[in-house]
Design a protein around this ligand. Sequence first.
Ligand code: 5GP
Ligand code: ZN
Length: 125
Amino acid sequence: MGLESNTRQPDPDCIFCKIVKGEIPSKFLLETEDLVAFNDISPQAPTHVLIIPRQHVKDISKFSSNQEDKTLLGTLFQQAAELALKLNLESGFRLVVNTGDDGGQTVHHLHLHLIGGRQMTWPPG
Ligand code: 5GP
Ligand code: ZN
């Protein structure tokens, strides 16, 4: 089943929708038709960028197998990797998608964490 059309309307209570709309002024490191990227307010590493779709999608479980969704997800990862190289992270970086309460998601608008600039450890907390 595909996304219901109302799933992707901006949520007036969503902090990331406010950032997308410019209601919360933010410096975008990347801005395309489909997504924006900006620094995390509470960085966990020297580089900590959030890449988010402009559309309000709650989390990755709301994506389906239709072409539009596959393209959007592919674009998010492709743009994140390109941005990592622009930010001089060729020696390595981490992409994280926290999903749902047990996954540690605190902002319920899908986002990809791009984290780098230090040695990562495993397992994550
Ligand atoms: P999550 O825990 O949902 O995976 O990640 C949410 C991230 O959003 C956290 O790393 C948090 O620091 C960041 N964040 C929360 N509110 C804001 C905000 O208003 N501006 C920015 N730039 N980042 C935020
Ligand atoms: Zn949102």
